[in-house]
Design a protein around this ligand. Structure first.
Ligand SMILES: [Zn+2]
Length: 99
């Protein structure tokens, strides 16, 4: 593992610890939950709803997707469209972070 990989990994784990409760972390680390990263398409058309979502929910457990984003649709295995508003282009992408 390169230094950069190690740094990225450390950051991922810090983000995980910051956004999830201990119970959620335990569920994820024991393999009972999938982990998704919120990926907004950031350009001059990106709205505040999506930027706020990305800030508030950088990482989401699979079981929380429907609760957090009621209009989300799974389009592929490991890929959801968030559909936070009409024409929303945000995605939730399955992550593999080993704890
Ligand atoms: Zn969006």
């Amino acid at each position: 593992m390169s230094f950069l990989d190690e740094q990225l990994r450390a950051t991922e784990i810090e983000v995980l610890a910051a956004v999830f409760s201990d119970a959620d972390l335990k569920m994820y680390s024991s393999g009972l939950a999938e982990l998704y990263m919120y990926v907004p398409v950031v350009d001059d058309r990106t709205c505040n709803i999506c930027l706020d979502n990305a800030k508030l929910h950088p990482l989401v457990l699979g079981g929380d997707i429907r609760f957090l984003f009621p209009y989300a649709q799974q389009v592929d295995s490991g890929l959801w469209m968030v559909l936070a508003h009409p024409n929303c282009r945000c995605m939730l992408v399955l992550q593999e972070i080993k704890l």
